[in-house]
Design a protein around this ligand. Structure first.
Ligand code: FE
Length: 437
């Protein structure tokens, strides 16, 4: 039925409830006790879980009834088992309330009904356009894609807590450092490999637990009126620590995954000691305490607060597209792109990645989906909507990228992107020790 019917019914039950006199085999613990949400047809289990969460939030917010999500909806393993929650009934609740907030229980349980071919994606990429892409996959294969969108941290937390019960098949997110760290937590499994994946993705951009599906470079943007060609000549990430940039550099905070991965690549190439010294030099050169996202760094150069900024390639194109407003579009026109390390290993590359989640219930469908994401059709969709570089050969980036950033640069294909996760802790350590906020 309608959400509003449920809401009304809960309100009535709350008014009518006589809580102290209820006993029996399943002692209720509140006005409503259990509200089951069961996928029967036309809705997936994951959609039911999402529904239970949104109803639970509304009940909590508007009726002021503590809500407890259990079984498949549980947000914590300790709150999964219903009998544990009901233990002691209403009379025992007082004591238990100190530990748990329980009053109403919302339930989603596994339907024994047959589930059609499907694949469950936990998606941390914030691109609306990706959903269109997944429906193309469904049209082609008949495999339904259940998309759970969220921030990387929240999705990872949920998969970790759900453990073996998680319905997640694929985790799609930005940055090899994130996929690598998730693998290091034991949350992924091998087998994300097939002749199609091998043929599409160069080996430095994949492991058999996760693979790149699009590329980006982390580059330098500069103000052409304040930075000379001579100053830029031969610029490397390493030389960002050169005192000639004192007070002229902006880059975001050390906690940002793109920076952790960039610095991890420096640890991998130059060692931890050298990178620790480098980080001190970079901090000494900062025009301000790190603040804002990548686009904010480009804005700072455009506004004259700094002469050079470090940011990913697709952000300049995104700003130029006008999708982020006229102010950012104008700012983007004031800076120029520069690719560091052209005379040695090449510019730092990163990926959007898809990881095969441990215990994935639809493993073969997950592999099929990744293979689809690596077809020219899907790659074109990425390049046109997210302004990333394609993972595969033979597909052109967006004209905004080609014309304003360029293609003719040497990529670092030597440093395996799996080292970004492996060296992540070292990277954060050296940045923190240098006072990099
Ligand atoms: Fe980004």
């Amino acid at each position: 039925g309608d959400h509003r019917d449920l809401h009304l019914s809960l309100r009535r039950q709350r008014q009518m409830c006589i809580r102290d006199s209820h006993n029996g085999k399943h002692p209720c613990i509140g006005a409503t006790d259990v509200f089951p949400i069961v996928p029967i047809s036309g809705i997936s289990e994951l959609e039911c879980i999402d529904l239970s969460r949104s109803i639970g939030k509304r009940v909590g917010d508007e009726l002021n009834i503590p809500v407890y999500l259990y079984e498949k909806s549980a947000e914590h393993l300790l709150r999964k088992d219903l009998s544990k929650i009901r233990e002691g009934g209403y009379k025992g609740l007082n004591k238990k309330m100190k530990k748990l907030s329980i009053y109403t229980i919302l339930l989603t349980f596994i339907s024994s009904l047959t589930i059609a071919a499907e694949v469950n994606i936990f998606n941390a990429r914030h691109y609306k356009a990706d959903a269109e892409l997944y429906s193309k996959f469904t049209n082609k294969t008949g495999i339904k894609v259940n998309l759970i969108n969220g921030k990387a941290g929240a999705l990872e937390k949920r998969m970790i807590e759900e453990g073996a019960d998680s319905s997640a098949d694929l985790y799609i997110t930005a940055d090899a450092g994130r996929c690598g760290a998730f693998k290091a937590k034991g949350m992924t499994q091998g087998g994300l490999i097939s002749p199609a994946i091998k043929a599409a993705v160069p080996s430095n951009f994949r492991t058999n637990h996760w693979t790149g599906i699009a590329k980006r470079a982390r580059i330098v943007y500069y103000a052409p009126d304040r930075v000379s060609g001579a100053e830029l000549s031969g610029l490397t990430y390493e030389s960002l620590a050169d005192p000639k940039w004192k007070g002229r550099l902006v880059i975001r905070a050390s906690g940002n995954i793109y920076n952790k991965s960039l610095v991890a690549s420096l640890v991998k190439n130059n060692g931890k000691k050298a990178t620790a010294d480098w980080a001190k030099g970079v901090v000494a050169n900062m025009a301000r305490t790190p603040t804002g996202n990548d686009r904010a760094q480009i804005m700072a150069v455009a506004a004259g607060e700094a002469d050079i900024a470090v940011a990913n390639t697709y952000y300049l194109a995104l700003m130029l597209s006008g999708n982020k407003g006229a102010e950012q579009q104008a700012a983007a026109k004031k800076v120029k792109a520069f690719f560091p390390n052209q005379n040695d290993r090449g510019t730092h590359m990163n990926i959007s990645c898809a990881a095969l989640v441990k215990g994935a219930p639809n493993k073969s469908n997950a592999i099929k989906l990744v293979e689809f994401l690596l077809t020219p059709e899907a790659q074109e969709h990425f390049t046109n909507n997210t302004f990333e570089f394609p993972m595969i050969d033979g597909v052109s980036p967006s004209p905004l990228v080609v014309n304003n950033i360029g293609l003719d640069f040497k990529q670092d294909l030597k440093t395996k992107v799996s080292s970004y996760g492996a060296k992540q802790a070292d990277a954060l350590e050296v940045m923190t020790a240098a006072g990099w906020k």
